[in-house]
Every structure is written in structure tokens, then in C-alpha cells.
Ligand binder design. Structure first.
Ligand SMILES: Nc1ncnc2c1ncn2[C@@H]1O[C@H](COP(=O)(O)OP(=O)(O)OP(=O)(O)O)[C@@H](O)[C@H]1O
Ligand SMILES: [Mg+2]
Length: 434
């Protein structure tokens, strides 16, 4: 609308100052013309005359356009408190919350929007809030959501962990590669592997490498991070994640922080948490749906928080302890991580020997310390200075291994809550039991 027309409207309004629809129209026009201060003034006056949703939403929109998101949100919160489900208003609220970085709340409101407007979809918002992208038929090879990755590294890039590699191979890789053989013998397949152990020892890393190993997609679900945001709509979303996996086989479906579903967490004791666990087990069992081609892996630092229903056959029926790397594993991790970087006659065995209790992540941190020192020395002449044995051994003192704390806790569970012998591996590792 051109300026002239806006001025005409203004004139008309001077003659009819209490004509609310006219005033609303004028305010709307001002907002569209990006004359935000004037729009704000009109809406404030309108609301003083007569409070209605249209003017409230208009004022909220004006604040949004002005970048005053918290003012915008105060109004929207008020509208919402009256049980409002208008998708435009909910969408505005979601957008303002995203601007304010209140993502958790944004997911909550967006979920509400979807609940009341089931056919509504906004791909931009889906992307930002990391909701699973809905499936379009043509996405054959396209990475259809942020969850889906195609890891490029394989078991070769994982140092040590021979037992874990072997178990993963036998339990989930072979059954997919040779499904006819398994069928011929009537041997059941299915079920997943749960990895547990101290932080930084390669649980997440090997899960990804498994996908690289079989050349499949990798779908990672951080339960703490994601499902918490979805309370209320979690079951549906969990189902959606499994559906995405089913449409992207073969794939590794990885549940990180699976203890988030643990029944001993107080919020999981409530019925909503129980529903979520049941939904998860239902999906895992693949009763209504076919889980062929899905390799299920899970990881946790606190297996003792996990509901025992998870461990039944066909579910996480193999539970593997991932200990800190032993000396020879540390040696291979050092070699892997230093590969292709400037080094000079490094005695890997000597560094491995002196790095007791170091996790893979600790070894990475160690190398990082040396790299930073070397970088500083290299700035002057621009020539990279190689890392050597002494550098690495000196750096050992500058980094405290991060695995010990976990054992202090784990020991108690292994000693006092080990009825089924589930934690024998911890005791063996700690040399408490043979
Ligand atoms: N065995 C290993 N071989 C090669 N790299 C490793 C190994 N273990 C750990 N790393 C390195 O350490 C990083 C951290 O490991 P990862 O994230 O897999 O630990 P995690 O066991 O999942 O820990 P958390 O319990 O904290 O989630 C990895 O990104 C990887 O680079
Ligand atoms: Mg991890």
C-alpha cells in the first residue's frame, strides 16, 4: 500500500476514532509497511479500547518485527493461557522462542501446534528444532534429517576394543549380511547390544564405526537431549525415529544416554515415562513393524539405572562392558590419532606404558596439548615442528585421566547390586574377582 493510501486511512480514522475494525486495519497496514513505532502505538490504543485476539496478535507481531522478543512472548503467553490453538499464533511464538534461544520451550509449543494441527508442517522449524524430517518419497539417498549420518570411518580407526568388535560382528553384522544362513538353521536374529562403561572410552565412537564398517547409515538418538524436549509427544516421535530407521535400512540405530529411559529416574516413574518405556520396548520388539536391517546399539554410563525389561531376549540382550583401553589398545589409539600429523620417531609403546587409566578421549586431549605447544613454536618461521616421545610424555602430567571417578561409583553397584552377575566384568577389570 502506498503512502497516500495510508494517509487516507489515517484521515478516515480521525473522523471515526472508535471504529475498531478500521483502526485494526490501519495498524495492520502500518505493520506491513514496516512502520513499526506507529503500528505499536495503534495496537496499544486498540487494546486499551477493546482487548481482542486480533489486536493482541498484531502487537505481538509488531514486537517481533522490532526484535523485542520478550515483550512479544509475554503477549503470546497470555493468549495461550486461554487455550488458544491458532497455528499462526503458535508459530509466531515458536519463532520468537527460537530467537530467544529458548529451544526447549519452542519444541513444547511446536509440539502443541502439531497436536492441534496434525497436517501442519514447517521444514525450517523442523530443522532448527531437530524434529525428524517427515518422509518424502523421493529421499532415497538423501540424508533426510539431522539424525542421519554416513560415517566414513570403520573398525580400523578404533584402537583396541577387540572383544566389542567381535561381539558386534557376531551379534548384529553377520546376521544382516548372512540372513539366509541364519534362516536355514532357524537361528533367531534381532536384538541389540548395550555398551556401558566410563566416559570417553569409545562407546559412541564404535557405534558410528559400525555403520562405517557395514557402509550403512547411522541414526543417533540422544535420549536425554531429545526426548526430554518431547514430553507429551515423545511416544509419537520415538515411533517416527524407528520409522525413519525402517525406511533407511540397513542402518545402525544408536541410542545414546539410554539411561534417560531408566525407570529409576523419578520422572520416568510417572505414567508418562512408563508409556515412553513401553513404546520404546514395543518398537524394539518390532511386533507391528519389521525391524530387519536395523542394527540396534545403545550406550550408557549408568547401566544400573536401566529397567530390567530392556535386557530381555530380543531387546538389549547383550550387555558389554567397554573398559578403558589397555596398554596395547592405547598404543594403537596413539598411532591412529597421530597418523598424518607431524611426528618424529615416536616411541608409541613408551607413551602407552606411561598412560595408565587414560581413555581414548584422554589420549586425544593429550595430543591436543602437544599440538598447541608445537603450534606456538611454529608460528615464528611457519614450519611445523614435529611431535616426539618426550613431548607426549611431558604432556601426560598436564592431563588427568578421566576414567577413575566412574569406577568409584561402578564398584558399589558391581559389589552390591550384581545378583545376575551382570557386572562381573567390572569386578574382573578392577581385579576384585577372577
Ligand atoms: N578405542 C578408541 N579408538 C579410537 N578413538 C577413540 C577410542 N576411544 C575413544 N576414542 C576417541 O575419544 C573420543 C570420545 O569417545 P566416545 O565419545 O566414543 O566416548 P564414550 O565412551 O561414548 O563416552 P561417553 O560415555 O562420555 O559418551 C572419540 O571421539 C574418539 O575420537
Ligand atoms: Mg558417548
Amino acid at each position: 500500500m502506498d503512502e497516500n493510501a495510508i494517509n487516507n486511512l489515517k484521515e478516515a480514522l480521525l473522523l471515526n476514532p472508535d471504529n475498531i475494525p478500521l483502526k485494526q486495519y490501519y495498524a495492520e497496514v502500518l505493520l506491513k509497511a514496516n512502520r513499526l513505532d506507529e503500528a505499536e502505538k495503534q495496537y496499544v490504543e486498540l487494546l486499551a479500547l477493546y482487548s481482542d485476539k486480533k489486536s493482541e496478535a498484531g502487537l505481538a507481531r509488531t514486537y517481533f518485527a522490532k526484535g523485542e522478543f520478550s515483550k512479544c512472548n509475554v503477549i503470546l503467553e497470555e493468549i495461550l493461557s486461554r487455550n488458544e490453538h491458532d497455528p499462526d499464533i503458535l508459530l509466531l511464538y515458536v519463532q520468537a522462542l527460537i530467537k530467544e534461544n529458548a529451544l526447549q520451550k519452542a519444541v513444547e509449543i511446536y509440539t502443541l501446534l502439531l497436536k492441534h494441527n496434525p497436517n501442519y508442517r514447517n521444514e525450517d522449524i523442523d530443522g532448527i528444532l531437530r524434529l525428524p524430517a517427515h518422509q518424502s518419497g523421493d529421499s532415497e539417498d538423501e540424508e533426510s534429517g539431522v539424525f542421519i549420518q554416513r560415517p566414513t570411518y570403520t573398525f580400523k580407526d578404533v584402537g583396541g576394543m577387540d572383544n566389542v568388535k567381535k561381539q558386534i560382528d557376531l551379534k548384529i553384522i553377520k546376521p544382516i549380511a548372512h540372513s539366509e544362513l541364519y534362516k536355514a538353521y532357524g537361528k533367531k536374529t534381532g536384538g541389540g547390544i548395550l555398551l556401558y562403561g566410563p566416559p570417553g572410552c569409545g562407546k559412541t565412537f564404535i557405534a558410528k564405526a559400525t555403520a562405517g564398517e557395514v557402509g550403512s547409515r547411522f541414526i543417533s538418538v540422544g535420549l536425554n537431549e531429545i526426548l526430554d524436549m518431547w514430553i507429551g509427544n515423545s511416544e509419537k516421535n520415538l515411533h517416527q525415529i524407528f520409522e525413519i530407521a525402517r525406511q533407511n535400512t540397513p542402518c545402525v540405530l544408536f541410542f545414546d544416554e539410554i539411561d534417560a529411559l531408566g525407570a529409576s529416574r523419578s520422572d520416568m516413574k510417572h505414567s508418562s515415562g512408563r508409556h515412553l518405556i513401553n513404546q520404546f520396548l514395543h518398537e524394539l520388539d518390532g511386533v507391528d513393524n519389521n525391524n530387519d536391517g536395523i542394527l540396534v546399539l545403545g550406550a550408557t554410563n549408568t547401566p544400573w539405572n536401566l529397567d530390567s525389561a530392556f535386557r530381555r531376549p530380543g531387546r538389549f540382550d547383550r550387555i558389554i562392558f567397554v573398559p578403558p583401553p589397555d596398554e596395547s589398545a592405547r598404543e594403537s589409539i596413539l598411532k591412529i590419532k597421530l597418523r598424518g600429523k607431524p611426528t618424529e620417531s615416536v616411541d608409541y609403546a613408551a607413551v602407552a606404558k606411561k598412560s595408565d587409566h587414560f581413555s581414548g578421549a584422554d589420549i586425544e586431549a593429550l595430543i591436543d596439548i602437544v599440538i598447541e605447544e608445537k603450534l606456538e613454536l611454529s608460528f615464528a618461521d611457519g614450519i611445523p615442528k614435529p611431535m616426539n616421545t618426550k613431548d607426549l610424555i611431558n604432556a601426560l602430567k598436564k592431563h588427568k585421566p578421566s576414567t577413575q571417578e566412574w569406577f568409584a561409583t561402578a564398584k558399589n553397584f558391581a559389589l552390591f547390586a550384581n545378583d545376575t552377575g551382570l557386572y562381573d566384568e567390572i569386578l574382573t577389570y578392577m581385579k576384585i574377582k577372577k
